[in-house]
Design a protein around this ligand. Structure first.
Ligand SMILES: [Zn+2]
Length: 199
């Protein structure tokens, strides 16, 4: 299954039967799934982050849905089109399926310019709220993994319990976030999740 949510403009959904309470891991894309070279929309620039396949495998084994929530302001800025984004997303899904036999369950993206004051661009919560509705998620069982404070802030604002901040902003002073875990690389995320899931 592979579908997109372009917030506020297009909605494409799939029919699925859901259990009463589902859990998901929300992934930021650039800097978490693929290396962030800035406005990545071409295959030649799409390089998976070390350790992401293993992490996705672990999350899947633990029964989490795998959901991307990504700000793609490059679309609103005119650097690339929605079609470009969909095409790179298909490529990502294919590459994941080749190795893992599964891809992300859903991809929500904000195509808007930061100055357009939309409700979806993280740290705002429309993408997470939509996923919550679409999958009947229990956010107290969910995780969000991002490399920017705006990612974990979006998680906090939406009510996602566990927030994991990865990478270069990890040393920043962050206030007002509970259940925040800070790691330097993706390969450390599993350990954090294991600790939480076994307590
Ligand atoms: Zn938006």
């Amino acid at each position: 299954m592979n579908f997109y949510q372009e917030m506020l403009t297009i909605k494409i959904s799939t029919k699925m039967e859901y259990q009463s309470s589902m859990k998901a891991v929300f992934f930021d894309r650039d800097g978490v799934v693929n290396k962030d070279f800035g406005y990545v929309y071409q295959q030649k620039d799409f390089e998976f982050v070390a350790g992401i396949f293993e992490l996705l495998q672990y999350c899947k084994q633990k029964g989490f849905l795998l959901i991307i929530v990504t700000n793609q302001s490059g679309i609103g800025r005119g650097y690339y089109s929605i079609e470009d984004f969909k095409s790179i997303t298909s490529y990502m899904q294919q590459e994941l399926k080749k190795t893992l036999k599964f891809g992300f369950d859903s991809i929500y993206f904000c195509p808007h310019h930061p100055e357009s004051d939309c409700q979806c661009r993280k740290p705002k919560i429309s993408m997470i709220e939509q996923a919550k509705k679409d999958y009947h998620l229990d956010l107290s069982q969910c995780f969000i993994i991002g490399d920017k404070i705006s990612d974990v802030q979006a998680g906090q604002n939406a009510g996602i319990k566990h927030k994991i901040l990865v990478g270069k902003q990890a040393g920043s002073t962050i206030q007002g976030l509970d259940h925040l875990h800070i790691v330097t690389q993706i390969s450390e995320v599993r350990e954090v999740m294991e600790r939480i899931l076994t307590t």
